[in-house]
Design a protein around this ligand. Structure first.
Ligand SMILES: [Zn+2]
Length: 229
């Protein structure tokens, strides 16, 4: 399937690649690709049609559907806690470690790293202050299925991450996730916290759900589904 490119803001694009999307943000001096696709292995060529600025890559996390074209880049920004997951997929490249609060300035467009561990140990989001947008990766979704089954997920850390986000919600107009609806209003975050805590207390039961050849449980969190063991 060919990826579908559309503009979200000036100098800002979403690139939809099947069930996942990735983003291209440009400043006055540099461009940043946020994730590198699922089925595509030629993200650089796609980006080349949109900008001629020097290009860097950042991964919100290391799951395979976010790292399709990573090997086109010698190095890329990623939280260091993602390294074991990334190497497990057999991929190469040098990780430029980023942590919460780090700023990547594209030129008149500072992007701040926000830590959102839980879905994976080093999941991060990117806050674009100029546009008041949080590019969130997988932890925040609406009308999707947040994957929380598998050995590198943690529901308690997930809840903690979302709680850490609460003080900055009034600086966010829109959340742009990698899957399902876009945009998502910041008001889904308190709902996700409340429902995930209810799930942890056993007050929400999941329904059997077929995923990648195995049966997991799909919990209805009101604003989205969550897939758990
Ligand atoms: Zn994903």
């Amino acid at each position: 399937m060919n990826p579908v490119i559309s503009s979200l803001r000036p100098d800002t694009w979403r690139i939809d690649d099947g069930g996942v999307r990735f983003f291209l943000l440009c400043g006055t001096e540099r461009a940043l690709l946020i994730d590198s696709g699922m089925t595509v292995t030629g993200a650089r060529e796609i980006v080349g049609e949109l900008t001629s600025l020097p290009l860097s890559l950042l991964n919100t996390h290391a799951d395979r559907d976010h790292t399709g074209s990573n090997e086109e880049f010698e190095s890329f920004y990623m939280h260091p806690d993602e390294e074991p997951l990334y190497r497990r997929s057999g991929k190469s490249g040098r990780i430029l470690p980023v942590r919460g609060g780090d700023v990547i300035d594209l030129g008149s467009r500072p992007l701040t790293v926000v830590e959102l561990p839980g879905h994976t140990p080093g999941s991060i989001g990117i806050y674009d202050a100029v546009n008041r947008v949080l590019i969130s990766g997988d932890p925040i979704q609406q009308n999707g299925n947040i994957f929380m089954f598998g050995d590198h997920r943690s529901l308690p850390r997930y809840v903690e991450s979302l709680k850490n986000l609460l003080p900055m919600l009034d600086q966010i107009d829109e959340i742009w996730p990698s899957h399902a609806d876009l945009p998502v209003p910041p008001s889904v975050v308190p709902v996700l916290i409340e429902k995930t805590e209810a799930l942890l207390r056993g007050e929400i039961a999941g329904e059997p759900f077929e995923m990648h050849g195995r049966t997991v449980l799909r919990a209805d969190l009101g604003v989205t589904g969550m897939l758990v063991e």
